[in-house]
Design a binder for this molecule. Structure first.
Ligand SMILES: NC(=O)c1ccc[n+]([C@@H]2O[C@H](COP(=O)([O-])OP(=O)(O)OC[C@H]3O[C@@H](n4cnc5c(N)ncnc54)[C@H](OP(=O)(O)O)[C@@H]3O)[C@@H](O)[C@H]2O)c1
Length: 293
């Protein structure tokens, strides 16, 4: 049976992998949270790979505090550049693939048609810059590195926009939400499943292991603004909070976000046969899991 190491196992995505463990009985999982493996501790990372062996490593650990990163660039760099470099190097020493996640925020440019993996990368905040550098560091350390760039991740686990809206929507009569940032949300459950489906294809011999390299975009289908997403959450969960469309400049935050970051997912669909659901269908599924429907 093939074995998979999941690092950062207590985050949104990590916990979705944990929830899927029984759905993939042909794979043996090791879930490592920060206490089991601090990915920013270089000796600990190499020691871990010296004493455990795996067939794949999926890294769900990251420094994800987008705004805090502006005042903590060193910590962001350790989590988003050094950690993936060392993990990818640890995987390279075992000659195993390294699967790593990055962000739509690396594409912060003037394009306003769905962004391709080859679109210019011009990060404009510390978080995005460190995520891009981390992609490059990991790929330089291990040619068997697959980067999945994803956007607006939410889950029934952890902290995210959907859960924040559910809370604020019940506390307030109205809420201003930005309408001038367009993209697509990603239900972490679907992303975890798609990642395991990809590995299962390799396991079954339907795709060569060497295909686990390069960059792929992934998000739910469709497009929306944060305003549209908030409206849909309140509609589905039957919360009578009025959503007011506001502009990004009316809600200033330390980190700059791209106004348009809708991902073109043709590559992951064509190469790996990944089937994507519309963001509304996934939102409904998440709200159902949360007991909101
Ligand atoms: N969330 C989004 O909107 C979004 C959007 C685009 C891309 N992504 C990317 O998607 C991936 C998964 O994100 P997510 O939403 O699941 O993030 P998350 O919920 O914030 O989880 C990140 C996890 O990383 C862990 N971690 C941080 N530093 C660590 C360290 N030094 N050692 C071990 N674990 C550490 C955290 O542990 P603690 O709980 O102990 O802090 C947390 O469990 C990340 O690569 C992220 O950059 C996320």
């Amino acid at each position: 049976m093939s074995s998979i190491l999941i690092t950062g196992a207590s985050g949104q995505l990590g916990r979705e992998f944990q929830a899927l463990e029984t759905a993939f009985p042909g794979l043996q999982f090791t879930f490592a949270d920060r206490t089991a493996l601090d990915v920013t501790d270089e000796p600990a990372v190499f020691n871990y790979f010296l004493h455990h062996s795996f067939d794949y490593c999926i890294n769900c650990a990251a420094y994800t505090a987008v705004d805090k990163a502006e005042s903590e660039p060193g910590a962001a760099r350790r989590g988003n550049v050094d950690a993936p470099r060392w993990l990818a190097e640890g995987c390279a020493r075992q000659n195993i693939p390294f699967i790593h996640y990055s962000t739509d925020y690396v594409y912060h440019n003037a394009e306003n048609t769905p962004l391709l993996e080859g679109s210019p990368t011009t990060p404009r905040c510390v978080y995005a810059a460190t995520k891009l550098e981390g992609e490059q560091a990991a790929r330089a350390s291990n040619p068997l590195t697959m980067i999945i760039r994803t956007s607006w991740v939410y889950s029934s686990f952890g902290h995210n926009f959907v859960k924040t809206m559910l809370r604020l929507g019940r506390e307030r009569a109205s809420l201003g939400v930005v309408y001038d940032q367009v993209g697509a949300p990603t239900y972490a459950h679907g992303l975890a499943r798609a990642t395991l489906d990809i590995l299962s294809k390799v396991e079954k011999g339907e795709a060569p292991r060497e295909l686990l390299s390069g960059i792929y975009n992934y998000s739910d289908e469709g497009a929306c603004s944060w305003y549209d997403l908030a409206l849909a959450i309140f509609e589905m969960a039957n919360i009578p909070c009025q959503v007011l469309p506001i502009e990004t400049r009316d809600y200033p935050l330390p980190a700059l976000r791209p106004p348009y970051s809708l991902l073109n997912k043709a590559k992951i669909k064509d190469v790996w046969g990944v089937k994507l659901k519309h963001w509304r269908e996934n939102l409904r599924a998440c709200l159902e899991t949360l007991g909101e429907l």
